[in-house]
Design a protein around this ligand. Sequence first.
Ligand SMILES: [Mn+2]
Length: 416
Amino acid sequence: MSNDFSFLHAADLHIDSPLLGLARKSAEQAKRVADASRTAFDNLISLAIEEKCRFVLFAGDLFDGDWKDYRTGLVFAAQMRRLQEAGIEVYAILGNHDAENRFVSRLDLAENVHILGSKSPQSLDVPDLRVTIHGMSYAQRDVSENLAAAYPAPASGRFNIGLLHTACEGRAGHMPYAPCTAEQLASHGYNYWALGHVHTREVLCEDPLIIFPGNLQGRNPRETGPKGATLVHVVDGRIDRHEHRTLDVVRWERREVNISGLDNRFAVLTLIRGALEQLLQGCDGRSVVARLRLTGESVLHSELTANRMSLKEEVETVAASVSDDIWVEKLEVSTTKPVHTAGLDPSIAGRLEAVISEIGDDALIAKELERTFAEVRIKFPAAARLDSLEASLKESAGAKARELAKAILARSSNQP
Ligand SMILES: [Mn+2]
């Protein structure tokens, strides 16, 4: 029996789970997005075959609850046959989402596929290898017991693997199912813990190796970055190395774009274009869904926040001109007003702010004007007419404010 082999560990495949929040661009794109989780799954099977893996582990949540379409099950069965033809065994446990699936137990699967039971932990020996796999499926969605505590002791003289669907000590955004601790798992005596449930890749411990591989394909703006599976190489019965292999089709990314120092919209859009091009380049030909956040101190702050909708449209146009493969899922404007605006901001709002900062010594009037100004900004965004501004100022502030309003008007006519 050989003691050198490779295996692939994946979890949270959620096959046919939809990708959320994407506007349809073209029929081709719509299909690419709709098929993303299936294609990522296909990539996984191809990788197992290319790498001559001896077995593949699925640590739960193969599916995303009940199938909307029975073909989801057929796709899975067909991929399992590909592995069978390549002589690759499959060991899987059912997670909370699979437990909600009424059909999975009726799937007619090839003989190489072993789904471990849900009554108690089950241990299976991998044919022709000194490997034993221990694991337990979820019988129902909400499992609150520490399942790992009941897993058997390691089989002596063998490479022991624990398959477990768990939130471990708890992870933000994940239901706290099958709680346990990394220390508990580490001291259990297994060589490898193949975990699932948490969609972000995480190595909990190097010796023994305890890993959440993350999900195969990001499905929403919280599931960012490269997604895939963990490939493990065992030499002489010990883990020699392990690596993340990227398998996703559509990539979700967040990017901060700092517009400090920019004084016009065109420059902002140019900077955004550069950021989108960079994101696309970093994703090796995958489609990219970007959430952008504009930050920095800018004279454009008022204009950008007042006209978010048109800005988003302009950014979408930029994205479309960059590539058909990039979406701007959301544009957040988190810029701030500059502290000193005098002489910088050519807009009405900017000039008004400059005047206010000049009369900073007259605290009461300044405060009153600030308040009025806030009101004016809501009522009359960038295109406000000067007389409307003046009228509002006259109404809410006293004689001194009228003087100031005149000063603003004088400045307005002198400046571009
Ligand atoms: Mn789960």
